[in-house]
Design a protein around this ligand. Structure first.
Ligand SMILES: NC(=O)c1ccc[n+]([C@@H]2O[C@H](COP(=O)([O-])OP(=O)(O)OC[C@H]3O[C@@H](n4cnc5c(N)ncnc54)[C@H](O)[C@@H]3O)[C@@H](O)[C@H]2O)c1
Length: 347
């Protein structure tokens, strides 16, 4: 297998590449990771993989909106499988500046599909989000049949990319699968997202900003469980099908932040052991903030035998421990030093 992974230097993409090399004994192929290294792409997430597997892991610095670069990657590396993560992924950023989201998430996906459609690929797997389904009331969960109803420029651009992927299956017979997952958390997540932000602020005694009344509900999925689901879909998922992937761990944001605070009291106490909960501060809500997401992952469980294995408390504890153990990674991300690599090599 020569698998093109797009956005492999981001949070989930780098965890997926790591998962294949370290935890998937039935993966013996090569990975060609193409990433344009936006602020969210960190080549240092995979330094050890690049050193350990020099013949099976190749990095290409390129933009998925650059059709020429894509064509070269497909022909140079005999790509037979695509796993497409690359996206602008932060909702708050999409509200301030939607342009990049339209460009990468829609045009970039279109470029990849165009490149893939005459290549007789074994598989084109597209990673999407539960946010395309919009907001839930107190009852029910998103199934693969739920109508799309996106609320933010981010989720609207992901919805558009999903439609394009399905259209290439129906129109051109491209061997696609899709997965729509809930909120991921775990190692290597950029500190603008809720869980790492709370851990890092709590660690340094800073305020823990929680949107609105804190009662928005998300369904939390440990990233390694998600990576295992993606690999199962690539191997055994039915062509043209979508699989919802969730953690089966719904929780109000405020409860989640309180859980992090309580674990931090134990794992990284503040001076004088003052409780981290005292740092929680409610801030003005984000516009278009969906109230509740919850995934019904029955299809992937029944058809592919996948279920999440990590409980929320164990996953959060492991994630806190990872951030406590990787202060150099955090320091380089927060100071921007991780971007020096790009400057040294390309400017
Ligand atoms: N993080 C979550 O909780 C979550 C939940 C549901 C779905 N998703 C989806 O999973 C995928 C990965 O999310 P993530 O959290 O790892 O994102 P991320 O922001 O951490 O990483 C995105 C990666 O894509 C790269 N990239 C961005 N634009 C590019 C371009 N034009 N060309 C090439 N590379 C580009 C970035 O450099 C970065 O490495 C996305 O498609 C996202 O929509 C994420």
């Amino acid at each position: 297998m020569n698998m093109l992974v797009t956005g492999g230097c981001g949070f989930i993409g780098s965890n997926f590449i790591r998962y294949l090399f370290q935890d998937a004994p039935d993966f013996n192929g090569r990975i060609i990771n193409i990433d344009s290294l936006t602020y969210a792409g960190n080549l240092e997430n995979l330094t050890d993989i690049a050193e350990t597997f020099p013949d099976r892991y190749i990095f290409v610095h390129a933009d998925i909106c650059d059709a020429e670069a894509l064509a070269a990657v497909f022909s140079d590396h005999g790509i037979d499988t695509v796993c497409h993560f690359a996206a602008e992924s932060h909702v708050d950023r999409s509200i301030v500046g939607p342009d990049a989201f339209i460009r990468t998430n829609i045009i970039g996906t279109f470029n990849l599909l165009e490149m893939a459609r005459d290549k007789k690929l074994k598989r084109f797997h597209h990673i999407s989000t539960d946010e395309v389904y919009g907001s839930l009331g107190p009852d029910g969960r998103f199934t693969e049949q739920t109508a799309y109803d996106p609320s933010s420029p981010y989720s609207a651009s992901k919805a558009a990319s999903d439609h394009l992927v399905r259209a290439y299956f129906r129109t051109y017979g491209l061997s696609v699968t899709l997965s729509n997952c809930s909120n991921n958390y775990g190692p290597y997540q950029f500190p603008e997202k809720l869980i790492p932000l709370m851990i890092l602020n709590a660690r340094s005694g800073k305020a823990l900003p929680v949107y609105g009344d804190g009662k928005n509900i998300r369904d939390w999925l440990y990233v390694k469980d998600h990576c295992r689901a993606i690999w199962e879909i690539i191997k055994h998922g039915a062509l043209g099908e979508t699989y919802n992937v969730g953690g089966d761990h719904e929780m109000e944001n405020i409860r989640l932040v309180e859980m992090i605070c309580d674990l931090m009291d134990d794992m990284a106490p503040l001076p004088g052991r003052s409780p981290h909960r005292g740092l929680i501060s409610f801030v003005k809500d984000r516009p278009g903030h969906d109230r509740r997401y919850a995934i019904d992952a029955g299809k992937i469980r029944d058809e592919l035998g996948w279920t999440p294995e990590t409980t929320l408390e164990n996953g959060i504890r492991a994630t806190i421990q990872w951030y406590l153990d990787h202060s150099e990674w955090i320091e380089r991300v927060q100071s921007g030093a991780y971007r020096e690599w790009i400057q040294q090599h390309y400017q």
